[in-house]
Structures are given as C-alpha cells and as structure tokens.
Write a protein that binds this ligand. Structure first.
Ligand SMILES: C[S@@+](CC[C@H](N)C(=O)[O-])C[C@H]1O[C@@H](n2cnc3c(N)ncnc32)[C@H](O)[C@@H]1O
Length: 272
C-alpha cells in the first residue's frame, strides 16, 4: 500500500487532470492534495499515480468520482454556532431594510450552510426577499443539496449546534423526521439556485450582499487564495459581507486591504 507520494507525483497528477479533464488542482495546497491522493490510491488498491491516471483514461474510474474523493465535503448545520450569532446580531440588521438580498454560498457542499442561512433569514422575517446562489465544484453534493433531506445520523450534531446557537427553540419547526431521514420544509430553499461553479476557473460578475466562502480557502495555496479572494471582492457590493471559515484567514491576500475585519474570531469581513 502506498503511504506517501513525492511532490512531483502530485504535481504530475494535477497537471495531467487539468490538461485532459479541465479540473484545476495545480494551486491546491500540496499537503492536503497529497493526503487525498494517497487515500484514493489505497481505496482503489492502486500502486501509483500512473496507475490511477491509466484507470481514469480507460474509463475504469470516473474522473468525477475521483474529483469527489479529492474535494473534502465535510459540513454541518450551524457550523461554528457563534458565527451565526454574529451574523444574526451584526449583519442581518444591515440587510433587513434592503428591497432584496443577494447571497452566494461559494462552496456549499451538501447544502447545510444554505439551510442554516435560510433559517436565520426566516427567523428575521426576511427570507422571502432573499435570493441564494449556491455553488460547488462537485456535482454529486449539489444533487444531495437540492433534495434538502439528510440522514438521521446528522441529527445529533444539528441539535447540538442549533442549541448552541439558540437554546430552547425547537428545530422541528423547520423539518420533519421520517424513517431514517429528516426533510427541511421546501419553503426554506425555494429561492435557492444550485449550480456547479469552480472557484479556480469560473468567472462570475453578479453583485452580492453577503458571500460565504467557508472552509474551502484552506485547501488552496497562497496564490490561489489571493486570486479567489480578489474575485469575490469584485462580486461584493460596497459595505457588504464576506464570511470565511473560523480557522481561515485572508490576511496575506492582496484583496484583504479592501475589507474591514468585523470579527477576528468569526472571520466576518465587510467591504470598505
Ligand atoms: C469542507 S467543505 C465546506 C462546506 C461549507 N462551506 C462549510 O463550511 O461547512 C469544502 C467544499 O468546497 C468545495 N470545493 C473544493 N474546491 C472547490 C472549487 N475549486 N470550487 C468550488 N468549490 C470547491 C468542495 O467540493 C466542498 O464541498
């Protein structure tokens, strides 16, 4: 079993995949990309990157499935509950009077972050004027997100995070449990458009009141973080917001000078 890879093998993989399949992992952080590739080789009992590429070329392995394995899709409802408390108390009051609210979730995974935001807006009675654009590089997770149904194994974490965000308020107001799943009310996601979007290569010109780019920058190297944060700044209306993951930072990005950091702990920024 392969336990490690050389940097040049990882770079060779990224180069080959970019040339042949259009997915660009060349500026992903090499250490985490390497970990994912080692995992993939082990999963498919392959001895080298050459063998992996050969399997893809011969259609014995689906490139989209490999991409799914490379991208880390871990997510949670109300992930980092204090971030949502901050959004509720410091951000929503500035959005409440707008005639419409444009939101972009740039790496939405299976949709938990989108539903979380929809619940916040619903509780503030402004859900109806919100339009969500929810995107991800991975089409499989988008298909799951569209269904807004989740396995019951995620229930305890939902309860834990929601109670940390807001104790003594029943989350059952927003969803129903049935068999081994729970389903969110369709009303929450009726204004959501789910679409494939690659933060590395796709271009977008729409302007947003709030952009979520949580827990994805961490997989990019500094150069790519720079490019992506500049792209996002160009899509943010003046005085509007950027939310990144609480363990991420844009401090080394050129576009950081265009933002004020509102909350050092929650990593919520406002465009100047
Ligand atoms: C760890 S999840 C974060 C999900 C959610 N934002 C959260 O914070 O809970 C990272 C997501 O980024 C997506 N992703 C990775 N590379 C991407 C890219 N180049 N463009 C768009 N999404 C990407 C992955 O498919 C994955 O769903």
């Amino acid at each position: 079993m392969i336990e490690d890879l050389q940097d040049n093998e990882v770079k060779y993989f990224a180069h080959h995949v970019k040339q042949n399949y259009g997915y660009d992992f060349e500026n992903y952080a090499i250490s985490s990309l390497k970990r994912r590739l080692v995992r993939i080789l082990s999963l498919y009992h392959l001895q080298s990157i050459e063998k992996l590429l050969e399997q893809i070329q011969k259609n014995k392995l689906d490139i989209h499935e490999v991409v799914r394995q490379i991208t880390v899709n871990t997510t949670e409802f109300f992930r980092d509950p204090t971030s949502w408390q901050f959004i509720r108390s410091e951000v929503l009051p500035h959005l409440i009077h707008k005639p419409n609210i444009n939101i972009w979730h740039t790496a939405c995974s299976t949709g938990e972050e989108v539903i979380t935001m929809a619940i916040l807006l619903s509780e503030a009675n402004i859900l109806d004027k919100a339009t969500f654009y929810a995107t991800d590089i991975n089409e499989n997770v988008l298909e799951q997100a569209k269904k807004a149904e989740y396995h019951i194994r995620n229930w305890d974490l939902l309860m834990e995070n929601y109670n940390a965000y807001q104790p003594n308020y029943p989350i059952e107001r927003y969803c129903v449990k049935h068999s081994d799943k729970f389903f969110f009310h369709k009303n929450l996601t009726k204004n959501v458009t789910y679409e494939k979007f690659d933060l590395v290569s796709d271009i977008h010109t729409e302007q947003y009141d709030i952009i979520f780019c949580r827990n994805v920058l961490i997989y990019f190297n500094q150069q790519l973080q720079n490019e992506v944060v500049s792209k996002l700044a160009n899509c943010t209306k003046p005085k509007s917001y950027l939310v990144i993951g609480s363990k991420e930072s844009i401090i080394l990005c050129k576009a950081a000078e265009r933002y004020n950091l509102l909350s050092p702990k929650e990593k919520i920024y406002q465009l100047k």
